[in-house]
Ligand binder design. Structure first.
Ligand code: NAD
Length: 367
């Protein structure tokens, strides 16, 4: 019996394929490092709809609330495109985020040296890049009321509302400062305080919270300038803190600076539970990739690195997370590539399980 409970939701498409490799890695940590987990597995997305007629069963939601961490593969696929909005696979994911109140979305943008040529930026701008974007995830313009499409004077208009309370800003800010304390102790907060009142409040609250973290250097930047700086000189940043809308755009931009979608992990964290650990869900950024499902082509690294984030942020196993990330780095520098990472001539791609084998071999070599 372990005191680490992990709920695994492989989901749809390539989700189960990449998760199968991560299950092997989880087992490796149990067998070789004494870091074991009570793993349970359940359905989400289209797979849950097929079994239960809903994209997330109430029992699965309850298990997610109980677990120390949730690790999710991907949801969605063409078979579910015509379903009613209320039961689409993505609603399962949104329900998890909302009911677990996962307000802080962590999206690392990290460049592995072996993949620096993959970036659209020059190698010297990107090599060694290591940024963490903290995006507020449960409020702001995606949730604010009033919202909708209405009609006035014979013309329709669409409306969404950017609304942030002080406490919503404060908890997102705290999570960014806490992270910065474990990293290079720099936070850059991005909003549009020049044109938005919500941005003025954001800046004021973040500045106030920063007084509790005197070791962390805080700077502020307008989000449009932030976008420019991300492609001009991304290495100037350590932790970027921003709201839901700007974070959606800036985190996609920053992450893709570093190469393939098959490489990108994420974490969504909520308030601390009774055991002091934050509620948490970890998932690759990519979707269910129906174009390659069932072909053994999916890159399992994004899901693997999501598990590394779980080791670090949910289970206080920072050294083991470092070990797993170093194993991925080693495999890449040895030239092992899934099809999405092919660039060089004459390199044969490995399959999803071939990449799993290579990561496990690198883990074996690390002890
Ligand atoms: P996608 O991320 O599934 O795929 C985009 C492209 O990247 C595809 O060419 C795919 O083959 C490739 N790709 C993605 N992950 C890869 C991996 N691990 N290895 C190798 N190549 C990979 O995005 P999409 O095609 O826009 O969406 C497909 C489905 O996934 C849709 O139903 C969408 O709603 C859903 N989706 C789910 C999530 C999620 O579960 N978090 C996120 C995005 C999209």
């Amino acid at each position: 019996m372990s005191n680490h409970s992990l709920l695994i939701l492989p989901g749809d498409g390539i989700g189960p394929e990449v998760m199968a490799q991560v299950r092997r890695i989880i087992d490796w940590f149990g067998a070789n490092r004494g870091v074991s987990f009570d793993v349970s597995e359940d359905l989400v997305g289209g797979a849950a709809y097929d079994a239960h007629g809903v994209p997330l069963h109430d029992d699965t939601m309850a298990k997610a609330q109980e677990a120390d961490a949730v690790l999710l593969g991907a949801v969605g696929g063409p078979a579910y495109d015509d379903l009613d909005f209320s039961v689409k696979p993505e609603r399962g994911l949104l329900r998890l985020r909302k009911e677990m109140d996962l307000f802080s979305n962590l999206r690392p943008a990290q460049c592995f040296d072996a993949l620096a040529d993959f970036s659209s930026l020059k190698k010297e701008l990107i090599a060694g890049l290591d940024i963490m974007i903290v995006r507020e995830l449960t409020s702001g313009v995606y949730f604010g009321e009033p919202r909708g499409i209405f009609e006035e004077n014979g013309e329709r208009y669409g409306i969404n509302t950017q609304r942030y309370t002080e406490s919503e800003i404060e908890r997102a800010a705290r999570s960014a400062f806490e992270l910065a304390m474990r990293r290079n102790k720099k936070v850059c907060s991005m909003e549009k305080a020049n044109v938005m009142e919500s941005g003025i409040l954001w800046r004021e609250v973040v500045t106030r919270v920063s007084a509790d973290y005197p070791e962390v250097e805080l700077s502020h930047m307008y989000a449009d300038n932030g976008a420019m700086q991300l492609v001009r000189a991304p290495k100037q940043f350590d932790v970027i803190l921003t709201d839901n809308l700007f974070g959606d755009i800036l985190s996609d931009c920053a992450a893709m600076l570093t190469g393939s979608l098959g490489m990108l992990p994420s974490a969504s964290l909520g308030a601390p539970m009774e055991n002091g650990r934050p509620k948490a869900m970890y998932e690759p950024v990519h979707g269910s990739a129906p174009d390659i499902t069932g072909q053994g082509k999916a890159n399992p690294i994004a899901c693997t690195l999501s598990f590394a984030m779980a080791l670090r942020y949910s289970f206080d196993q920072g050294a083991e997370a470092d070990r797993l990330e170093a194993a991925v780095e080693k495999v890449l520098s040895d030239g092992v590539r899934t099809a999405d990472l092919l660039g060089e001539e004459g390199v044969d791609p490995v399959s999803t399980s071939g990449m799993g084998d290579a990561i496990l071999a690198a883990l074996d070599a690390s002890i």
